[in-house]
Design a protein around this ligand. Structure first.
Ligand code: PLP
Length: 397
């Protein structure tokens, strides 16, 4: 069984490139060129130099002793929270801006929800002297004031989007509209393993540095290059894709993914796309989507802005359907409790997204020698105000 993309841009039944006619050439150009560019020696050299010297890679693989004792396994944390700009998103942004430059593009657009991808994109645009326009829902602009100011300070133009719920899905629609108007000179840096082919595969490859490092770091620390289980949270799926990439076709390695249960999977306030989603098309790809009986996309909800998306990457939809991955929903209060627990046991304040990955630990029965690698996708500074509304046991203050 092959769980990576096939030659037509599909993962089983999921994926493809469903784009308006005007974008067809743009997407086809990217499909024709991305592998040639990524596989070239000059790209690899420049990309890895930036990952190391600019983003601060390799990120540590940290053996979490106290958390291991608590859950009865050998738990390692892959510390993406220690990257420049505070999360894994910089890996993808650096890779895509190098690809855009090699394709002769002069202008970069991006969508952002919480602002993390917007900040990563504005950062690499400053670095590479490219024009940067970030679409962001007006609701999110209000909620994420600090990231908006960071993007502006970095020289980006932040465009408020006032359609729909004024959140991530609407910002993505607006970015696609911009791309349709400027297909020649503009590259659209999508922030996750979503969108039309080749984006899910391109983003997964750029993030695969995470599992490449896990392999050599485990070899050093455990004497074997694979764990028994990998754990990551999924919004669109990019930190998870990077974590599992080099193990995806190795059946010895179990994969557990955490999606956002919100107030509860059946509460109507949730982002548990895999649990609830039905096959549909969103932002250029066929995947699971939270939709009503008429096929209208429903508004998702999660305490964590980075997981608050009504779709899921096509790679992950296929992993769930084929039962290659176990997908667990973690509710807001379970994530908060897990975030406090990591803070108190290991001195690491995780992003609320990453806290969802930690929230699966109490739901799994481990054996004592089991080697588990869990990706801490980002740091929690941005989420302090939210954490402070709750007690350490996850109940509301
Ligand atoms: C954006 C974000 C996520 C969710 O995105 P994925 O593409 O699913 O990884 C998770 N964690 C952090 C810290 C983020 O910023």
């Amino acid at each position: 069984m092959n769980y990576l993309v096939d030659n037509n841009g599909y993962y089983g039944d999921f994926g493809g490139a469903f784009v308006p006619e005007i974008l067809h050439k743009c997407v086809a150009d990217l499909q024709d060129n991305y592998l040639k560019i990524i596989d070239s020696e000059s790209f690899q050299k420049e990309f890895h130099k930036l990952l190391n010297d600019y983003a601060g890679r390799p990120s540590p693989l940290y053996f979490a002793k106290r958390l291991s004792e608590k859950y009865g396994c050998k738990l390692y944390l892959k510390r993406e929270d220690l990257n420049h700009t505070g999360a894994h998103k910089i890996n993808n942004a650096l890779g895509q801006i190098l690809i855009a430059g090699r394709m002769g593009k002069k202008r970069i657009i991006a969508e952002t929800g919480a602002g993390q991808h917007g900040v990563a994109t504005a950062t690499v645009c400053a670095l590479m002297n490219m024009e940067c326009v970030v679409y962001m829902g007006a609701t999110d602009i209000k909620r994420q004031h600090m990231n908006v100011e960071r993007m502006k300070m970095l020289g980006a133009t932040v465009v408020p989007v006032t359609s729909g719920n004024m959140t991530l899905k609407d910002a993505t629609n607006e970015a696609i509209r911009d791309w349709c108007c400027h297909p020649g000179n503009t590259h659209y840096i999508i922030g996750s393993t979503v969108g039309p082919h080749p984006y899910p595969d391109m983003v997964a490859r750029l993030q695969s540095v995470i599992s490449a490092e896990i392999k050599s770091q485990l070899m050093e620390q455990e004497g074997r290059d694979y764990p028994d289980m990998l754990i990551a949270c999924v919004g669109g799926g990019s930190n998870a894709a990077g974590t599992i990439y080099h193990y995806i076709n190795n059946p010895r390695v179990k994969i557990t993914l955490a999606e956002a249960g919100g107030l509860g999977v059946y509460s109507g306030k949730t982002a548990a796309t895999i649990k609830l989603g039905k096959t549909g098309i969103i932002h250029g790809s066929r995947t699971y989507v939270i939709q009503n009986e008429d096929g209208q996309i429903e508004e998702p909800y999660s305490i964590s802005a980075g997981l608050d998306y009504p779709g899921i990457g096509p790679m992950h939809a296929n992993l769930a359907k084929e039962k290659r991955a176990l997908v667990l929903a973690v509710n807001d209060n379970e994530a908060i409790k897990a975030g406090y627990e990591l803070t108190r046991l290991e001195g690491i304040i995780p992003a609320l997204e990453s806290a969802h990955a930690l929230g699966v630990l109490p739901k799994i029965k481990f054996s004592p020698n089991e080697v588990v690698v869990l990706t801490v996708s980002g740091r929690g500074d941005k989420d302090l105000e939210t954490y402070l509304n709750y007690n350490a046991d996850g109940t509301k203050k």
